[in-house]
Design a protein around this ligand. Structure first.
Ligand code: NDP
Length: 329
C-alpha cells in the first residue's frame, strides 16, 4: 500500500517537500476492523490549517503521520459485523491507497443514491457545509440578494443553487472566466463577478443593484471587504472560510468594517459543518431529491493517480478546480 505522510510544515504555500510518499506492507484487519481499498480521496482547504502546529478546532497533523482527510473506498476484507466485502464506505482514513480501519468509524455509502464519490462532495462534507451555513445562518428569503464568494468551488456552487431554490437572486464571485460561465450558463446564477480581472467594487455594485442581504463568505480578504460595503440592513453573513488567508504568514489586519456591520445591524456567524452532524440525515435526502429533480447540479474536478494528491491539493490555492476537487486512486 501507499500513503502520504507530513514530512515538514509549510511556511506559506505548501510544496511537494512537505510530503513523503511511503510504500508499505498492507496490514491485516484486526477484530472489529475492515480493510478498505480507496477509490477517491478528498483534498480540502482546511487541510492547510492542519499542516500548521497551531491550536485550532482540528488537531494539527503530526510530522511523520498519515495525511488525514475524507475518502471513499471499497471493503476488501471485513472483521466487523456491519460491513461485508464489496460494500462502499466513506471515512477519514486519509491519503492512503489501502487502510485497515475501525468499522465503527466509517459510514456506508449507497451507490444507488448518487455516484459514490459524491459522498465526499456534493452529498458529503462540502455540500452539507453549503446547506447548513446558508439555510441555518443565511436564511435567504424570496427576492433577496445572496452573494457567494469562492462560487465556482465545492461549497460555493451548492450555496448558489440552494439560494436559487429558495427564490433568491444569486451573485457568484470567482477568479475564473470558465467558472463564471459555468455558474451563469449551467447553474442559472443571476450575475457573476471575476475578482481577478474586474474592478471589484464597481462590478459588485452593478451585480447587486438592491444591495446584499446574505453574504456566504468562503474567501475573506479584499473580496469580503468589497461585499461588506454593499450590505443591507439586517444582512446575514455565514462565515464559512477565509481561504485568501490560509497561506499568509502574517495575516492581514482586519476585520476592517466593524462600524459598517454595526450600522447595518448585520449578523456575522462563524460555523463548522461538524456542529450539524445530528441533522445530516435530514439534509442528504433533501439534496438528493433536488438532484433528481434537476434543481441541484454539481461538478467534480478529478485528478487521476494517487501520487498526484499533493498537486491536487495545491490547485485549491491557485483556483485550478471547477467544483469539488477529488483524486481518483
Ligand atoms: P473550493 O472548491 O472552493 O476550492 C478553493 C477555491 O478557493 C479555489 O478554487 C479558488 O477559486 C478559491 N481561492 C483560492 N485562493 C483564493 C484567494 N486568495 N482569494 C479568493 N479565492 C481564492 O473549496 P471548498 O469549497 O472545499 O471550500 C471553500 C471554503 O469553505 C474554504 O474557505 C474552506 O476552508 C471552507 N470550508 C468551511 C467549512 C466549515 O465547516 N466552516 C467546511 C468546508 C469548507 P478561484 O478560481 O475563484 O480563485
Amino acid at each position: 500500500k501507499k500513503r502520504f505522510v507530513l514530512a515538514s510544515r509549510p511556511d506559506g504555500m505548501p510544496t511537494r517537500e512537505n510530503f513523503e510518499l511511503k510504500t508499505e506492507e498492507l496490514e491485516a484487519p484486526k477484530d472489529g476492523e475492515i480493510t478498505v481499498e480507496t477509490l477517491y480521496l478528498s483534498v480540502d482547504p482546511y487541510m492547510r490549517g492542519r499542516m500548521n502546529d497551531t491550536k485550532s478546532y482540528a488537531k494539527p497533523y503530526e510530522i511523520g503521520g498519515t495525511f488525514g482527510g475524507g475518502a471513499v473506498g471499497r471493503v476488501i476484507e471485513s472483521r466487523h459485523a456491519s460491513h461485508k466485502e464489496g460494500d462502499i464506505v466513506q471515512g477519514g482514513w486519509g491519503w492512503q491507497t489501502h487502510a485497515a480501519v475501525n468499522g465503527d468509524h466509517v459510514v456506508p455509502v449507497d451507490p444507488d443514491l448518487a455516484p459514490v464519490q459524491s459522498s465526499i462532495g456534493a452529498l458529503g462534507m462540502p455540500g452539507l457545509t453549503a446547506y447548513f451555513g446558508l439555510l441555518d445562518i443565511g436564511q435567504p428569503k424570496e427576492g433577496e440578494t445572496v452573494v457567494v464568494s469562492g462560487a465556482g468551488g465545492a461549497v460555493g456552487m451548492i450555496v448558489g443553487q440552494i439560494a436559487k431554490i429558495k427564490g433568491a437572486r444569486v451573485v457568484g464571485i470567482s477568479g475564473s472566466e470558465e467558472k463564471n460561465r459555468y455558474l451563469s450558463e449551467e447553474l442559472g446564477f443571476d450575475a457573476v463577478v471575476n475578482y481577478k480581472t474586474e474592478s471589484l467594487g464597481e462590478a459588485l455594485e452593478r451585480a447587486c443593484p438592491d444591495g446584499v442581504d446574505v453574504y456566504f463568505d468562503n474567501v475573506g480578504g479584499e473580496v469580503s471587504d468589497a461585499v461588506f460595503l454593499l450590505l443591507n440592513s439586517n444582512a446575514r453573513i455565514p462565515l464559512c472560510g477565509q481561504i485568501s488567508q490560509y497561506n499568509v504568514s502574517d495575516p492581514e489586519p482586519g476585520p476592517r468594517f466593524l462600524p459598517l456591520l454595526l450600522t447595518r445591524t448585520a449578523l456575522v456567524k462563524g460555523f463548522l459543518v461538524g456542529q450539524y452532524q445530528q441533522r445530516f440525515g435530514e439534509a442528504i435526502p433533501e439534496m438528493a431529491g433536488w438532484m433528481r429533480e434537476g434543481k441541484l447540479k454539481y461538478r467534480e474536478n478529478i485528478i487521476e493517480g494517487f501520487d498526484n494528491a499533493p498537486e491536487a491539493f495545491f490547485g485549491l490555492f491557485t483556483g485550478e478546480n471547477l467544483g469539488k476537487q477529488l483524486v481518483k486512486v
